[in-house]
Design a protein around this ligand. Structure first.
Ligand code: NAD
Length: 259
């Protein structure tokens, strides 16, 4: 029996595809039949990943852009329409972390983390919704974090943006439900990516912190980007047709445990 592809004839935008969770999800979407517009601010790294995915035979187009800039997000949506005929899925994944207490955080760093982590999701909704509405529906997935529920001193700006991403997701889901557009948030725990490594280096001894965070999850390990891609695929696909306005935690049990 031939298995039907989960995203056959769908068009998706994935941001932050040059690395980590975005890269794994762009590949997973393409494997399931989607045409993918891959967005990254790192032109060299982003191009390299897209060339890799194209060499594997997937339909992927690269857009160099900053998710915090309206013009760049609008351009990504235009590329989806011009190259692939529309837009069904927007995975707003690109994000950054800043470290330091709230007092130590400069206004510049504060504004940048808010722009990349939160404004980006607002822009994704703003520019994707009209195109999806014309198509009769769609799925928008914002990337939050376990930092949307609990956070820590020293990473407060990041934690604040991730809490806000869940609030934005809930409001957008209500506004867009009548148009058949679902909006959800994925909330990963610790996942093996360069971003997680920079977090560990900031906290202290990287390897020691790695072991500590792995041990603190009931599953006893750090996640792989592919394990986040799997739930994002589910949220993107029609299999999750009754899910909207919700945060989906994928963290190996990390935040279920009392310290
Ligand atoms: P990563 O650093 O491995 O990859 C992020 C990618 O986004 C990079 O390719 C980077 O160039 C790109 N990027 C950064 N700023 C951008 C911008 N302004 N415009 C366009 N592209 C930009 O990170 P990751 O760990 O894969 O994280 C992806 C998302 O997952 C982030 O939103 C992050 O907050 C979230 N997250 C990660 C973890 C984790 O443990 N890795 C946990 C929870 C949530």
């Amino acid at each position: 029996m031939v298995r039907s592809l989960k995203l056959a004839s769908k068009v998706a935008i994935v941001t932050g595809t040059g690395s980590g969770i975005g890269k794994a999800t762009a590949r997973r979407f393409a494997q399931e039949g989607a045409s993918v517009v891959a967005v990254d601010i790192n032109e060299t790294g982003g191009q390299r990943v897209v060339a890799e995915l194209q060499a594997e035979g997937w339909r992927v187009t690269f857009v160099s852009g900053d998710v915090a800039r309206a013009d760049d997000v609008r351009r990504a949506v235009e590329v989806a329409e011009n190259a692939y005929g529309g837009l069904d899925i927007f995975f707003a994944n690109a994000g950054i972390a800043t470290f330091g207490t709230i007092e130590e955080t400069s206004e510049e760093d504060w504004d940048r983390v808010v722009a990349v982590n939160l404004r980006s999701c607002y822009l994704a909704i703003r520019f994707a919704a009209p195109v999806m509405r014309r198509r009769g529906g769609g799925s928008i997935i914002n990337t939050a974090s376990v930092h949307a529920f609990l956070t820590a001193g020293g990473i407060g700006a990041y934690g604040a943006t991730k809490h806000a991403v869940v609030g934005l997701t809930k409001a957008a889901a209500q506004e867009l439900a009548a148009d058949g557009i679902r909006v959800n948030a994925v909330c990963p725990g610790a996942v093996e990516t360069p971003l997680m490594r920079s977090n560990l280096r900031w906290v202290g001894n990287e390897e020691e912190e790695y072991r500590k965070i792995a041990r603190s999850a009931p599953l006893g390990r750090v996640g792989r980007p592919e394990e986040i891609a799997e739930i994002v695929l589910w949220l993107a696909s029609d299999a999750s047709s009754f899910a909207t306005g919700a945060p989906f935690v994928v963290d190996g049990g990390l935040i279920s445990r009392l310290p």
